[in-house]
Design a protein around this ligand. Structure first.
Ligand SMILES: [Zn+2]
Length: 106
């Protein structure tokens, strides 16, 4: 998989990581599918994944935190993610992507 956009969402006392990643499907020539995931920072396993869903091109779910600094990060219209709904006290931080490390066990 290929991580495209990533954003740390801080809503005291909770923190979430929102990110988009592309999954190329097996051996088919089809277009890769974009996914949205919300995980705990320092996510270690599936239990730390709050939400993970494929995205449609038309998805543009709202997220106060990501809208501040990660406008390209897509969120599902159907919602389901926990972070980014509060206007006050939610903010975004750039995360440095380290392509050698898997972000999370998914
Ligand atoms: Zn977000």
């Amino acid at each position: 998989m290929e991580v495209k956009e990533m954003s740390l969402v801080i809503e005291c006392p909770r923190e979430y990581v929102h990110y988009n990643f592309l999954v190329k499907r097996g051996f088919s020539d089809g277009e890769p599918t974009m996914f949205f995931a919300e995980v705990k920072p320092n996510c270690k396993g599936e239990g730390d994944v709050y939400h993970c869903t494929p995205l449609e091109e038309t998805d543009s779910g709202h997220c106060f935190a990501c809208n501040h600094g990660a406008k390209d990060l897509m969120h599902p219209n159907a919602g389901g993610y926990l972070g980014g709904h509060k206007e006050k006290g939610s903010f975004h931080m750039e995360l440095v992507l380290d392509s050698d490390d898997d972000v999370c066990y998914l």
